[in-house]
Design a protein around this ligand. Structure first.
Ligand SMILES: C[S@@+](CC[C@H](N)C(=O)[O-])C[C@H]1O[C@@H](n2cnc3c(N)ncnc32)[C@H](O)[C@@H]1O
Length: 263
């Protein structure tokens, strides 16, 4: 089941990658900056690992601050890895590989300087297990900086309306309890949690229809299109647009940052 789920998810991101790079990457840039800015200027030895790198927007931001450091992005989607390699080509110390983000320690057992990940954790089947594994991949003195979407990122705005429309059709999902367990899981494997905080930034969309195609053609709803078909998603789209405001749409969603150091 979990292999099947991962295969479906990477196929969805293969299809979404080009549109994702154009539409969501520029809009997510402030959160990428948050994750990278949290790192200290001096890192211990070892590479900086970027699980769930997608098209690897973290790379230029990390490389400008840590120019001589090996930086390795990883993703399960082949098309995302192609984009990531394209970015990495301009950086002599960077590379991108196809690798499961949930499992870093077989390659990096307590050897990484930092693990930086943006908007991947909430996609993993076991986020708490992933955090545990990411801490174990760090050297003593290494840093973990993870930004993720919590189950609810705003009360009003396009993400909130999307959730409401999906809930109407698919039923309410049980509220997952993993976000509240991340800091404790990191501590349990020897990390000092420095920050476990909300990070909000403004985001804008030309209109509701453009937002919708960003999410379904170039974002996390691509997997719903593959699972349920175009017709089902078109019906959702109609209901979404009926309830959405006309014209440009501005909002301020809230993600979360977990920032920790391994003892
Ligand atoms: C929303 S994108 C974020 C990409 C990038 N970090 C950014 O900030 O733009 C999430 C990425 O996680 C990847 N992903 C999901 N599950 C994964 C897994 N188990 N291992 C590696 N990558 C995974 C997806 O393929 C997708 O590219």
């Amino acid at each position: 089941v979990s292999d099947h789920r991962q295969a479906c998810l990477s196929r969805a991101w293969d299809e979404a990658a080009d549109h994702y790079e154009r539409y969501l990457v520029p809009r997510f840039a402030p959160w990428v900056a948050d994750a990278v800015d949290a790192l200290p200027a001096e890192l211990p030895a070892g590479p900086v690992l970027v699980p769930c790198c997608g098209t690897f927007p973290e790379l230029p931001v990390i490389a400008v601050r840590h120019p001589d450091r090996e930086i390795v992005g990883m993703d399960l989607s082949s098309r995302m890895v192609e984009h990531a390699r394209g970015r990495a080509a301009a950086y002599p110390h960077a590379d991108a590989i196809r690798h499961d983000a949930g499992e870093l320690t077989s390659r990096w057992p307590a050897t990484a300087a930092a693990v930086v990940s943006v908007f991947g954790l909430q996609q993993l089947p076991d986020p708490v297990g992933a955090i545990t594994n990411w801490v174990a991949a760090l050297q003593p003195g290494g840093w973990l900086s993870v930004v993720y979407w919590p189950p609810v990122s705003e009360r009003t705005g396009p993400f909130a309306l999307l959730d409401a429309v999906l809930e109407q059709d698919l039923g309410a999902e049980p509220v997952p309890d993993w976000p509240g367990q991340l800091a404790g899981a990191a501590r349990a494997v020897g990390a000092r949690v420095v920050d476990d905080a909300e990070v909000s930034h403004p985001m804008s969309h030309p209109d509701a229809a453009t937002f919708w195609s960003g999410m379904t053609e170039g974002g996390p709803l691509r997997s719903l299109v593959l699972a349920r078909g175009e017709e089902f998603v078109d019906a959702l789209r109609t209901r979404f647009l009926n309830r959405a405001p006309v014209g440009p749409w501005h909002h301020r969603p809230t993600a979360r940052l977990v920032f920790a150091m391994r003892h």
